[in-house]
Design a protein around this ligand. Structure first.
Ligand code: 5GP
Length: 188
């Protein structure tokens, strides 16, 4: 997606350890006009796929997911990173956070992720694929179908994309970063 690539090159910042900071337009301050275009691009890439629900993980997946849900007129559910006392029929799994370097238990209610669902999972980044693998575990527990997974930015050098594609998942990434060596952003 050319618009996104230009924006990453213009406003993205590189951090040691293979971290790309996009907090001026994606995951802290957000550009809703860009987010709308991102949603349209996701919808285009998954055209013809049966989807009845958008699922994401808090916090930074929520903005693109709600935009996709709004345009497609579909409900959006987010996987929670804290277990609420009141959640009914909780499904949970453990995810390793790449940016925070710790494990945490994430959960979703089986009331909102069921065997009848055909979900599109949306997130801001695909790095090692830990969040996505956690989602696949929750999906398996619920019996739902994962129709596809869409990421705004995939860091190809961290291999999560290969792991998911090898499992036969339809993965779409709107910008693919080949490397961030020497703090230079190399986009495919
Ligand atoms: P993964 O689970 O694929 O290893 O990492 C994906 C998650 O970690 C995303 O939900 C995202 O929030 C965070 N993340 C991974 N890499 C980056 C990065 O380079 N920059 C930012 N801002 N977040 C990242």
């Amino acid at each position: 997606m050319e618009l996104l690539k230009h924006r990453i090159l213009q406003d993205g910042r590189c951090y040691p350890g293979g971290i790309l900071k996009v907090d001026s337009f994606i995951n802290h301050q957000m550009d809703p006009m860009l987010m709308y275009k991102i949603a349209e691009e996701f919808i285009n890439r998954f055209k013809g796929t049966h989807i009845n629900k958008i699922v994401t993980i808090e916090a930074s997946g929520i903005a693109p997911a709600i935009m996709v849900g709004y345009v497609m007129q579909l409900p959006v559910v987010f996987v929670k990173k804290k277990k609420p006392k009141t959640m009914e029929n909780m499904l949970s799994t453990v995810v390793h956070s790449f940016t925070k370097d710790r494990d945490y238990t994430v959960c979703i209610s089986n009331n909102f992720l069921t065997a009848d669902d055909h979900i599109l999972f949306i997130d801001d980044f695909l790095a090692y694929g830990n969040a996505a693998l956690g989602m696949l575990d929750l999906a398996k527990q619920s019996g739902c179908t994962v129709a596809g997974m869409g990421f705004i930015i995939e860091k190809a050098f961290q291999d999560g994309g290969n792991t998911l594609r090898e499992q036969g998942i339809h993965v779409e990434s709107l910008a693919i970063i080949d490397n961030l060596d020497n703090c230079e952003i190399v986009i495919r």
